[in-house]
Ligand binder design. Structure first.
Ligand code: NAD
Ligand code: LMR
Length: 328
């Protein structure tokens, strides 16, 4: 007997990440090749015609798992009974806009959407925020959801999987080994150039990767800046921000969360106080997923260099939290 469809809400459905994401969700790459899905697509009123065009293309793929589609500009409709929400749509930074202006503009969006999710979605809904600044947007959405109280605020995540995947590729290139050989990598902190990609615990075919590379200067002067500034490098090269790789990371994050992970995965999750990160701050942690739940890997040793890097990225997040506190 076939499974009941799962409802997946995607915001910013007419945008470039949406265009890379929706077809893969409908083909079963995110929730499984035996899992029918209903897509609930949210975008602004002026983007509704473009959403209709994307839906026509989804129809034309004749995906066997696509059990239905809804297009709307109303968050209450988009999030109705949703099992998974991918919050991609966000206000981009425009000329003359300071970071604080962006935080305020997006704060308004994520307050509304966090509340609408909590009021309308399934109680165990899983929410992944992709729209930037994704950690703080997830923090805002979780705070709005907490007020409503129906859903689990710990299930409001920010996306650091793209940073994790970028770091894996850099390690593969440096060592000449396959990406799949690397286990136990983590990217701590914010999805921003301050993030700390940490391969001290990482293993490749039984070797410790730190010992294998044994090059502190490369770690500090090449690896960390390359991973941290990769988004800007892509904007510079493409004239547009990353889209297919961002959509791929979103699929990886939700697939592992729902279906289970075979390795540590980096997830931006509300801190439970682990590693001295203040409770509630949405921070990149090493996680393991099983049975539809995630847990933060505990007990890792934090050396002085790592603590400094972790505090630096934390400071950016606590400053952002301070900047939006009046909205919460
Ligand atoms: P885009 O401009 O192509 O598309 C954004 C879409 O969101 C548009 O269709 C727009 O109409 C819609 N939108 C805007 N406000 C909305 C709202 N309130 N409700 C619903 N829809 C709304 O942008 P994109 O390239 O798809 O990127 C989307 C976001 O993802 C950006 O914030 C970008 O910075 C971010 N991003 C994050 C990561 C990450 O790793 N976390 C990676 C890449 C991009
Ligand atoms: C990325 O990392 O590619 C995105 O967050 C886009 C950006 O602004 O860096």
């Amino acid at each position: 007997m076939s499974k009941a469809p799962m409802r997946v809400a995607v915001t910013g459905a007419a945008g470039q990440i949406g265009y890379s994401l929706l077809f893969r969700i409908a083909s079963g790459e995110m929730l499984g090749k035996d899992q029918p899905v209903i897509l609930q697509l949210l975008d602004l009123p002026q983007a509704q015609q473009a959403v209709k065009g994307v839906m026509m293309e989804l129809d034309d793929c004749a995906f066997p798992l696509l059990a239905g589609m809804v297009a709307t500009d109303d968050p209450n409709v988009a999030f109705k009974d949703a099992d998974v929400c991918l919050l991609v749509g966000a206000r981009p930074r425009t000329k003359g806009m300071e970071r604080a202006d962006l935080l305020t503009a997006n704060g308004a969006i994520f307050t509304v959407q966090g509340k609408a999710i909590a009021e309308n979605a399934k109680e165990d809904v899983k929410v992944l925020v992709v729209g930037n600044p994704c950690n703080t947007n997830a923090y805002i959405a979780a705070a709005a959801a907490k007020k409503v109280g129906r859903t689990n605020p710990n299930n409001y995540h920010g996306m650091l999987r793209l940073d994790h995947n970028r770091a894996l590729s850099q390690l593969a290139e440096k060592t000449g080994r396959s990406v799949s050989s690397f286990k136990k990598l983590v990217v701590w902190g914010n999805h921003s150039p301050t993030m700390y990609a940490d391969y001290r615990n990482c293993e490749s075919n039984g070797d410790n990767v730190k010992a294998l590379i044994n090059d502190h200067a490369w770690n500090n002067d090449v690896f960390l800046p390359t991973v941290g500034k990769r988004g800007a490098a892509i904007i510079e090269a493409r004239g547009l921000s990353s889209a297919a790789s961002a959509a791929n990371a979103a699929i990886d994050h939700v697939r592992d969360w729902v279906l289970g992970s075979s390795d540590w995965v980096t997830m931006g999750v509300p801190s439970d106080g682990s590693y001295g990160i203040p409770a509630g701050i949405v921070y990149g942690f090493p996680c393991e997923c099983k049975g539809g739940s995630f847990k933060i890997i505990q007990g890792l040793e934090i050396d002085e260099y790592s603590r400094e890097k972790m505090n630096f990225t934390l400071k950016e997040l606590t400053d952002e939290a301070e900047a939006v506190k009046d909205m919460l």
